[in-house]
Design a protein around this ligand. Structure first.
Ligand code: GLU
Length: 518
């Protein structure tokens, strides 16, 4: 029922969503998931996806972060309709370019008595805070204290003007209404109530003349006609303040949806950037080098994940279609996605499951798609450009190994022996497979193989099996050392297929080589 009502509502409203990252560092996978859920929601409802850069916090600005965000979104396949680098009628889309706009709106709040100038210095506030702490109390700048503090509520207009003229530093605070029940609504979490007395008179304009996140965010969401604010759970505590701000301006509120946290694979808490190195998986879409510490954080892209796998991993962190289906392309997700079905509780990240998604998406790719991706690796490893014959050969390699491969680079890891004779032999396997009479047996196998003219898997299998049966020896006694000779270990796909691929001359060469080296 809820879904039905929701759909009707969504159809009648112009859907506009925004992803609004702050360029304070690389985009964590949780951030990309927020962008993705916005994107899926927009596409599903024929809406508009906006990218807004929230860069009003100069202290936390990191060079290159905006570029990184845009590149990561592009790699992931999240397309932006309006934003910093795209056309749109609601720009500029970078908050640092919208200073005058915020000035105008803060003035409106000042004029209406909804905001006020506060001249308390950080030192003064610290001192008061400590006094409260000593009394085992918590200081709040709100209706209980504001009348005793150094702000325009307790000064005459002339005094305020004088202070400002003389260059005294000030911030502008929001005057939180006293003892008001704020009724909140969230698409994922339902209805909540908060008493305004639990809130601080938040700073809306800092002493550097720039707005804080709260003011800029509300003004922009309103002016950009955002219909749905879809963002991380960490912003839920700000929601009551945001409601009050909308009311103070007399604006209609957008709908809100706060996405669940992504949790660590083991233990408690939010997935952090340090967890990547700790548990051995990437936390970022693309590699990021921290210019200050020189640390390099691994990226899904560089680790060999396909963008579609990454998208699939993210989509199922906190959402599921309510069926058994787990593997989705972006288009399939757009069809299946339902914001009302997003979970409230945190989603534990499982690195093994992430790999599973990558494996599934690799299985979905055609041989030719995989060939195109594998050729650069092959060229680098062999130092030669493959010709048409080599490409046909590699197609077969891919087909034989696909089921076992998770990443494109696995075709080399698992199939190097298709291109180069093994230089070393797995010691444990050697011990297991090479017995006293093995060399003699192998010499006989060489003779047998020499006489097979039609060197095809089926044929080799028939002849070799017949010989093994006649000699009344165990299959493994022959096949294991043979595999060792051709592959270098006891792993790999069907041995007869391998023999056909390598060809008679190469097969014989490799067996003879192991006989000598064993
Ligand atoms: N700039 C905020 C962030 O970095 C955006 C929060 C929001 O979407 O309202 O997460």
């Amino acid at each position: 029922m809820l879904t039905f009502v929701w759909k009707i509502f969504a159809m009648t409203k112009n859907i506009r969503v925004r992803f609004a990252p702050s360029p304070t560092g690389p985009l964590h996978m949780g951030g990309v998931r927020t962008a993705l859920f916005n994107y899926l929601f927009a596409r599903k409802n024929n809406g508009t996806m906006i990218l807004r850069i929230e860069d009003t916090d100069q202290n936390r600005f990191v060079d290159g972060a905006e570029e990184y965000i845009k590149k990561s979104l592009a790699w992931t396949g999240i397309k932006i309709d309006e934003g910093v680098d795209n056309k749109g009628n609601f720009g500029p889309y970078r908050q640092s370019e919208r200073k005058e706009i915020y000035q105008k709106y803060i003035q409106q709040l000042l004029d209406n008595g909804k905001a006020y100038y506060a001249f308390d210095t950080p030192d003064e506030l610290d001192k008061i805070r400590k006094e409260y702490e000593n009394r085992k109390d918590v200081f709040m700048y709100n209706s209980t204290t504001r009348n005793r503090l150094n702000n325009s509520l307790n000064l005459t207009k002339q005094e305020v003007e004088k202070k400002i003229k003389s260059g005294e530093k000030y911030v502008i605070r929001f005057k939180i209404p006293e003892n008001k029940i704020i009724k909140l609504k969230d698409i994922i979490r339902g209805e909540m109530e908060v008493n305004s007395n639990t809130l601080d008179d938040k700073v809306l304009m800092k002493s550097d003349g720039l707005p804080t996140y709260h003011l800029a965010n509300i003004v922009d969401d309103h002016l950009m006609e955002i219909s749905h604010v879809i963002r991380g759970e960490e912003w839920l505590p700000s929601l009551p303040l945001h409601y009050l701000l909308y009311d103070a301006f007399g604006w209609q509120k957008p709908e809100f949806a706060h996405l669940p946290l992504i949790l660590k694979p083991v233990g408690k808490g939010k997935l952090s950037k340090r967890d990547g190195a700790k548990f051995g998986f990437p936390v970022f879409p693309m590699e990021w080098k921290d210019e200050n510490s020189g640390e390099i954080y691994a990226g899904y892209k560089e680790e060999g994940y396909f963008p579609e796998s990454f998208v699939n991993i993210l989509a199922l962190l906190g959402w599921n279609p309510g069926t058994d289906k787990e593997v989705f392309s972006m288009n399939e997700l757009i069809v299946a996605f339902d914001l009302t079905k997003v979970n409230k509780s945190g989603a534990k990240f499982d690195p093994e499951k992430a790999k599973w998604f990558q494996h599934q998406h690799l299985q979905r790719k055609s041989t030719d798609e995989l060939l195109e991706l594998f050729v650069p690796i092959l060229e680098e490893k062999t130092g030669k450009k493959p010709n048409t014959k080599d490409l046909d050969y590699t197609r077969k390699v891919i087909e034989l190994l696909k089921e076992r491969a998770t990443f494109v680079k696995d075709f080399w890891e698992l199939g190097q022996f298709f291109y180069q004779a093994p230089e070393t032999y797995d010691k444990k396997a050697m011990k297991k497979a090479w017995k006293e009479n093995t060399a003699e047996l192998m010499k006989e196998v060489v003779k047998l193989l020499e006489n097979i003219n039609d060197f095809e898997a089926k044929n080799i299998k028939e002849k070799l099996s017949e010989w093994i049966n006649n000699r009344e020896i165990g299959f493994g006694k022959v096949m294991q050392p043979l595999r060792l000779a051709l592959v270098g270990s006891l792993k790999g796909p069907d041995l007869f297929e391998i023999m056909e691929m390598l060809g008679k001359t190469e097969v014989l060469k490799r067996i003879e080589r192991l006989i000598i080296n064993a």
